[in-house]
Design a protein around this ligand. Sequence first.
Ligand code: MN
Length: 316
Amino acid sequence: MSTFATMHEPLEPRDVLLGRTTHVRRILPNKHRRMIGAWCFLDHYGPDDIKATGGMWVPPHPHTGLQTVTWLFEGEGMHTDSLGSQQRILPGQLNVMTAGHGIAHAEVSPEHAPKYLHGVQLWTALPHAARESAPAAFTHIAELPTYSSGGLTCKVFMGELAGKRSTAPAFTPLVGAEITLEPGSAQTIPLNPAFEYGVLSVQGTVTIGGTEVPQNAMSYLGDGLRDLSVSSARGATENSVLMLLGGAPLEEQIVMWWNFIGRSHEEIVEQRQAWNGDGIAWVPERFGQVASFDGDRLLAPPMPNIRLKARGRVAG
Ligand code: MN
């Protein structure tokens, strides 16, 4: 028995320019809904021709209080960080960096990268008890647990879905999965009613719980769902691809600013100072250095003139 007429709250993306040439669709935090479970940041980008955009070029920058989860649909990247990790980033493979108290990393398109780059940059907010932990060694998982049924395939990259569980470290109950639907398929996926969920259509139009979700649109589906019906668009000739994010609602108030997550204005000021110091030549001991990167690190912008406020999962 599939759930029908699931609630759909559209999460409108906003266009954000990163660097000089890369446009991303920022979906989380959204004006009215800041998180889905602990998922607190979602940029969707591409497919971009890297000859036109220059590809991925993110010089060393810090993170605190979060995990970065990098997921590609197409293309290739290279990750380096201040713990000395170097990892090739490929489509369909999981890459997680747990920042804890502080880490720095850089991400670039390698030479001879494929023509198109298409992916999502996600963050999870670390809960209070885990956020001051030491930064963890980079997690890379090439072979992920997969659930298949009819023409549906779910690659579970974080947490648990349909009895398949990723071994990636997670600090709150959550799930992240890439779902592929063959043309003409209609299936039901079991869900955890204690989770809230959202779904992003990455390729093609999909019907989710009775409502069409066009390509690049995201719907918040709420909580209490025991299952979800998903089907490809009528007449589809290509696979449809979507991303499912979910988790136990995170009932903590957080401050997100630049690449930091803290709990107060003062914490963010302290983190910014620990990274910027007195300029480029400063050695940011809290975060370490990305030794392999040939170029300047990114400094944090000036603090805004207002005090940053801790916010919960829903605006208000
Ligand atoms: Mn980053």
